[in-house]
Design a protein around this ligand. Structure first.
Ligand code: ROI
Length: 165
């Protein structure tokens, strides 16, 4: 299966968190990291009294089921100091979301795939489009169509030159 993972952080050196998450994704069992977008800086969606976010999207090829993948991603979040509390819209050290899994639509108590917010979130659509320009969603919507309808809202690509890597 091909799956796309959204990466987000706005705490404790977000660039470092995002890079560390990408390294962790490379070590997922029965999986292979096949592509990764640039890192992007985005304005917070939700309460504005929190720092800007660093966002990216990774493509992985995996034999894990969607729920096994979710478990593995939540373990990475915890390893990187994620504290799950009442902060649904608040700052986080690391958020890893399954954006898409194969061409599947999944609804259960732990997962909604495609990710419910992806169609309107510039910090998901633009990085995803960078690595998968010809993608279509399970309902046959073209990603490029969603991107063309989505305001960038100040989203900027971070040039790695400034982050000595
Ligand atoms: N805002 C931005 N820009 N990026 C995120 O990854 C992000 N994640 C969240 C909320 C709080 C909705 N806002 C975000 O979970």
């Amino acid at each position: 299966m091909i799956s796309y993972i959204g990466i987000g952080s706005n705490q404790k050196d977000p660039v470092k968190q995002a890079k560390q998450a990408i390294e962790a994704l490379k070590t997922l069992t029965n999986s292979e990291l096949t592509k990764c977008s640039s890192l992007y800086c985005s304005a917070p969606m939700g309460p504005q009294d929190q720092p800007d976010y660093i966002n990216a999207v990774a493509e992985i090829k995996t034999q894990l089921s969607a729920l096994e993948l979710l478990d593995a991603l939540q373990k990475i979040e915890l390893d990187q100091g994620r504290v799950r509390k009442d902060n649904r819209w608040g700052p986080r050290t690391l958020d890893l979301d399954i954006i898409l899994y194969d061409n599947q639509t999944i609804h259960n108590n732990r997962l909604t795939i495609p990710h419910y917010g992806m169609n309107t979130r510039e910090f998901v659509l633009y990085p995803l489009h960078e690595i998968a320009p010809n993608l279509s969603l399970p309902n046959n919507t073209l990603l490029s169509q969603l991107v063309s309808l989505c305001d960038k809202n100040g989203l900027t690509k971070i040039s790695d030159i400034h982050h000595n890597k």
